[in-house]
Design a protein. Structure first.
Ligand code: C5P
Length: 221
């Protein structure tokens, strides 16, 4: 993982869009760690585990075998050998992922997989604890953020475009709740690593953000 890039930040900051672009531009492997938490969440939902039952979450998550494969350079996530890539983008799964990722057993299960992927290739990995915990020696660390208002608006427009009914006030509330959970959990909380560069995307478009990160990378190499 000589030149791997860690991109962390809160929900809706644009991490995955940016990380994908950077990976493509540098011919690195893109690793979406949120998808892994979502796949475990899907398993928990299917098993009927309530989001507040941390003992049961710790137990049932052990039955979820998560693997990653790449098809046409796109990451696919497998849950007990089933390709669940297309099933994990719902709000229900997102909410369960947010609640269950607080659990250290869930996190410890995935960190091995994440480190193994970075050991095998230069990666652009996005998540919440990549620069602080998963890859503390990443070549470049970015903390990508934007105001709650901007992130909620982006999410609202995205859902509207897909024709999914939604409510801006509700989205704002959800984002605030997820931020709070990610930032205040005991084990590997979301925070800017000391050596991470802060990029606030509130008044930037995708192109500008990607260009800035690529510039930082090239200056450092
Ligand atoms: O990024 P995404 O929304 O797909 O992540 C789903 C949930 O998984 C987040 O709300 C977050 O709580 C959790 N997560 C995490 N650590 C990561 C990636 C995601 O806790 N590295």
């Amino acid at each position: 993982m000589g030149y791997s890039i860690a991109i962390d930040g809160p929900a809706g900051a644009g991490k995955s869009t940016i990380a994908k672009r950077i990976a493509k531009s540098l011919s690195f492997v893109y690793v979406d760690t949120g998808a892994m938490y979502r796949a475990i969440a899907l398993h928990l939902i299917r098993q009927g585990v309530p989001p507040g039952d941390s003992d049961l979450i710790g137990k049932v998550c052990q039955e979820a075998d998560i693997t990653i494969r790449y098809q046409d350079k796109e990451q696919q996530v497998l849950l007990n050998a089933e390709n669940v890539t297309g099933l994990i983008r719902t709000e229900e799964v997102g909410n369960m992922a947010s609640a269950s990722s607080v659990n250290p057993k869930v996190r410890l299960k995935l960190v091995e997989l994440q480190r193994a992927l970075a050991a095998g290739a230069d990666v652009v990995m996005d998540g919440r604890d990549i620069g602080t915990y998963v890859l503390p020696d990443a070549f470049l660390k970015i903390y990508l953020t934007a105001s709650v208002k901007t992130r909620a608006n982006r999410r609202y427009l995205e859902l509207q475009k897909k024709g999914i009914p939604c409510d801006l006030a509700q989205i704002t509330e959800d984002i605030e709740e997820r931020d709070h959970r990610d930032m205040t959990r005991e084990f590997a909380p979301l925070k800017q690593a000391e050596d991470a560069v802060l990029v606030d995307t509130s008044s930037m478009n995708i192109e500008e953000v990607a260009d800035q990160i690529l510039k930082l990378y090239k200056e450092k190499r």
